[in-house]
Design a protein around this ligand. Sequence first.
Ligand SMILES: Nc1ncnc2c1ncn2[C@@H]1O[C@H](COP(=O)(O)OP(=O)(O)OP(=O)(O)O)[C@@H](O)[C@H]1O
Ligand SMILES: [Mg+2]
Length: 254
Amino acid sequence: MASRRKKVYEGKAKILYEGTEPGTLIQYFKDDATAFNAQKKAVIEGKGVLNNRLSEFFMTGLGAIGVPTHFIRRINMREQLIRQVEIIPLEVIVRNFAAGSISKRLGIEEGTALPRPIVEYSYKDDALGDPMVSEEYVIAFGWASQQDLDDIVSLALRVNDFLSGVFYGVGIKLVDFKIEIGRIWDGDFMRLVVADEISPDSCRLWDVKSGQKLDKDVFRRDLGNLTDAYTEVARRLGVLQASPAPITKPTLIN
Ligand SMILES: Nc1ncnc2c1ncn2[C@@H]1O[C@H](COP(=O)(O)OP(=O)(O)OP(=O)(O)O)[C@@H](O)[C@H]1O
Ligand SMILES: [Mg+2]
């Protein structure tokens, strides 16, 4: 089936096919995992299925509270129909606690609460290793206007509030995450929507009690089985049904 469709783009984690209607795409979630700008690679069985379901869950939830997203509907285990957008070439990162590059750059211990959520940008360019850029750069190089950036920050913070709350409700701390934002044109009118994916590939998630990592750092830092970690996230969120009841002998009721 996939072979008859026109492939639009193949990335590291997903494939985009032409959608069923104009202005739509089909996003296929692969099992491939990459880290450190694709220097580390592996195929992790089941990851694509989990990320497809989890991204559907978050995008649907965002839609329900009025945050616009590219999501239309899930098609099957690995595919979802999305609105085609013009991707703004930025990774929009929101941090609640220090981890990863901010800890390295500023010497802040991982897990330290930040004084407030911090929004930062990386320029999406694999060859350059997605370098961090300032608002000045974003505006000067024309990737987004000041007005766009104001809207992007407010979208990012709404996504942060929503995700932080949803995760905290199931005992998970949202340390940080990245989103991509796209433009949808309606004649001359443009609106910004949350695009790409929201999944444990794009978030840092720590168990509130134990601090156990439940995100792609499990793969980056060789901390165990990634599928187990993502399955745990999905299970807590009620996204996957618990494993089917064991088959038992029928019980006679008298
Ligand atoms: N709604 C959308 N419309 C158009 N493009 C999209 C949409 N949502 C996501 N994309 C783009 O589709 C691609 C998804 O593939 P994947 O995440 O595997 O790419 P990648 O290897 O991470 O590369 P990139 O550096 O471009 O993100 C990304 O380039 C992403 O920006
Ligand atoms: Mg990507």
